[in-house]
Design a protein around this ligand. Structure first.
Ligand code: OOG
Ligand code: MG
Length: 262
């Protein structure tokens, strides 16, 4: 066991992503005592590296915001990470297995932010006022860790398993529907694998964005006008593989889909 700095841990994780290779957990291989605060510093190094490579942030994202996800991953706190432009797949497009390690899909409601949201003390109501549109989304997560097995600091350091995202094309004002009551089905090859409602995410998906604004405020950051933000999976994530046609259907928000190829 060698003690290494946050930059080196970030490089270790980026190598897993780029080389599509499963890694041993950071807390097992490099730094057993990694704290949550340190893990966010590792994540920041990953973000800085990607920005220096010319990649652009679409928005921060929230994860582990539903009981279904927290139970599935055995981690009991919401986290955030960052989604970049190179991760985006067009609606109806293709996810290539060769770009992934062991991908899973999640159905989420995304928020298109119309005005900066600066914590602390932000409420879901304020988020809804400052949200321009809500859109349906499918997130593809691809933990760099063996068997998607991690602790809270490990998954934070790994940019919250973020890998790809597909946004739907329908834009709804958040006042046009009750986001907590939006029913969602997640189908693979026409078969329902998971289903739920927006309320699974902290009672209301806007709560996740409020929590994000409040978490970001601890380091002097904010939710920004123009950010497109995933509020977290409504149901458990589902393993996907070559040949799968994945469809998320959201009541009042429309459909999102993609196909998995070799
Ligand atoms: C961490 C990412 C969780 C969500 O929506 O809950 C996430 C993981 O489960 O690997 O993106
Ligand atoms: Mg997610």
């Amino acid at each position: 066991m060698v003690s290494r700095g946050f930059k080196e841990i970030a490089q270790y994780l980026i190598a897993g992503e780029v080389e599509k290779r499963e890694l041993e957990k950071v807390t097992a291989k490099i730094k057993p005592g990694l704290t949550v605060e340190e893990a966010y510093l590792v994540q920041q190094e990953i973000v800085n590296t990607k920005l220096a490579e010319g990649k652009r942030i679409i928005g921060p994202k929230m994860g582990l915001t539903s009981q279904a996800k927290m139970k599935q991953m055995n981690v009991n706190e919401p986290i955030y990470g960052y989604v970049f432009d190179y991760m985006r797949i067009e609606n109806g497009g293709k996810l290539r297995m060769q770009d992934q390690i062991h991908p899973k899909v999640e159905a989420e409601i995304a928020f298109v932010i119309g005005e900066d949201i600066i914590g602390p003390g932000i409420t879901a109501e304020e988020v809804l006022v400052k949200t321009e549109f809500v859109i349906p989304a499918l997130e593809i997560i691809d933990s760099r860790y063996e068997n998607f097995n991690f602790t809270l600091p490990d998954v934070i350091a790994d940019n919250a398993s973020t890998s790809r995202v597909v946004f739907g094309t329908s834009l709804k004002k958040p006042t046009q529907l009750d986001l907590d009551l939006v029913g969602v089905t997640l189908k693979i090859n026409g078969e329902i694998k998971e289903l739920g409602a927006g309320a699974a995410v902290l009672g209301h998906p806007a709560e996740a964005i409020a929590m994000l604004a409040n978490m970001l405020s601890c380091k002097g950051e904010k939710v920004r006008k123009g950010d497109v933000i995933l509020s977290g999976a409504i149901t458990g994530a589902v393993m996907i593989g070559e040949g799968n046609v994945v469809t998320g259907k959201f009541a009042g928000l429309g459909e999102v889909s993609f196909t998995v190829t070799a």
